[in-house]
Design a protein around this ligand. Structure first.
Ligand code: FHN
Length: 413
């Protein structure tokens, strides 16, 4: 929704604040907390019903090494990510930031320093935009459940949550994203979310806010699936590398660079972003497999970046086992991630093809009969196994339509 012609003042301001986000495409999510020490998912306190007194010992045993965030930020920059979002407090209630509202925080306990400040300094030093994840649900706060049943408890708990959000929006300079999470157990009025977000915007006039304080705010957050928002609304798919957000070595099935490149194509085609998560070890190490796969993605983006970062024009398309499209104007980019060999047939493209090239490479011979495009003389092996991009210049509004039958209902058989 870039055209500001017929937008209200509020919509124009939202588009102003979202401009960098819509172009960013790719971000790094970081889940790091006391749970990282146990290595059995960030919900371990809840899933294993660990007694609070036992769990609290983790607050003193956590000794992450200094400036691990610098390694994450450097990796993010190197692989083409343009922003980061890190947990400032997850459901466990432990604050990675210096809060005056609780001593259950990284300065007063084990780490002995402000881990959020380190993260902000690292992200900014790499020129990355800075996002704060903040869980509204809090398993440690004494009113975190009672707030649903008792007005005095709700008042105390809401004041605590709003107060911490104020601390985060006051003490760390300019922020780019407020990424709320899990607003259990209250509803939007009980949370006083509108008042909280008005405060956030007053303190941080350029910030963008996600949809998880039970108000739509600036962007949607499909989780573990890639579903574009409707009507041009900004959106960002958040995905894990394995199945866990926090450090979980026993969850050892990680996505590959091929998977990540495929997800990037999907979010680009839908005009959205991919926020890909890393769960560092308690010391601060990003899992080596994540580093390796991300570096392959970064090398791929070095070559094909415009077909992801810039090619976000909408295009009607259907599935094809050999790949899928992104689009920018009259250029459609076919991301072939299952290479068929020296000949590639693409059915269903409803436009006359004017030219075909390997992306930033040589022209490709092709024939076109009706909606059957056949590219020939291709290398027998995939030039890029993650995905080889073929750039087609087409006539008219690009459409890729196949239907279920051998022919569309309205076509001659
Ligand atoms: O419960 C959390 C989960 O631990 C993780 O933080 C994700 C990230 O989007 N959010 C919640 C599940 O939707």
């Amino acid at each position: 929704m870039e055209n500001t012609g017929n937008l209200t003042m509020e919509q124009q301001d939202r588009e102003r604040r979202l401009r960098w986000f819509r172009q960013a495409r790719f971000g790094m999510f970081i889940h790091w907390g006391l749970y990282s020490q146990l290595g059995r998912h960030e919900w371990v306190m809840n899933r294993e019903r660990i007694p609070a007194a036992e769990y609290e010992k983790l607050a003193d045993s956590w000794k992450p090494r200094p400036h691990a965030a610098r390694e994450w930020a450097k990796l993010a920059k190197e692989v083409g990510m343009r922003y980061m979002v890190m947990t400032t407090k997850h459901h466990e209630g432990f604050c990675l930031f210096d809060s005056q509202l609780t001593d259950y925080n990284a300065v007063k306990r084990g780490p002995g320093r402000d881990l959020v400040a380190e993260y902000v300094e690292a992200a900014r030093s790499e020129g990355l935009r800075v996002g704060f994840y903040y869980s509204m649900m809090d398993w440690r706060h004494p009113d975190g459940v009672q707030c649903k049943r008792d007005e005095a408890a709700r008042r105390r708990f809401v004041d605590y949550i709003h107060g911490q959000v104020r601390e985060l929006c006051t003490n760390y300079g300019k922020l780019d994203i407020m990424w709320y999470d899990v607003s259990w157990p209250l509803d939007v009025d009980e949370w006083e979310s509108a008042k909280m977000n008005a405060m956030v915007r007053q303190l941080q006039p350029d910030i963008i806010i996600n949809d998880r304080s039970q108000l739509p705010e600036d962007f949607g957050t499909p989780e573990q699936h890639i579903t574009p928002a409707k009507d041009g609304r900004a959106w960002e798919a958040c995905m894990t590398f394995n199945e866990s957000w926090g450090y979980t070595p026993i969850d050892a099935k990680f996505k590959t660079a091929w998977d990540v490149v495929s997800m990037l194509r999907q979010v680009a085609a839908g005009g959205g972003n991919l926020l890909l998560n890393i769960g560092p070890s308690p010391e601060g190490d990003a899992p080596p497999i994540c580093v390796e796969e991300l570096q392959k993605v970064g090398a791929w983006l070095q070559r094909y970046g415009p077909a992801i970062y810039e090619a976000t024009d909408p295009m009607e398309q259907e599935w094809q086992i050999t790949g899928a499209f992104t689009r920018k104007g009259d250029r459609v980019y076919f991301h072939c991630n299952r290479w068929p060999g020296s000949e590639l047939a693409i059915g269903g493209l409803r436009n006359r093809v004017l030219s075909a090239h390997l992306f930033n490479g040589p022209a490709v011979r092709f024939t076109q009969q009706s909606d059957r495009l056949v590219l020939t003389g291709l290398p027998t092996e995939a030039p890029d196994p993650l995905a080889t991009v073929i750039e087609l210049q087409v006539e008219g509004e690009p459409r890729h339509v196949l239907g279920t039958g051998y022919r569309l209902l309205d076509e001659d058989t």
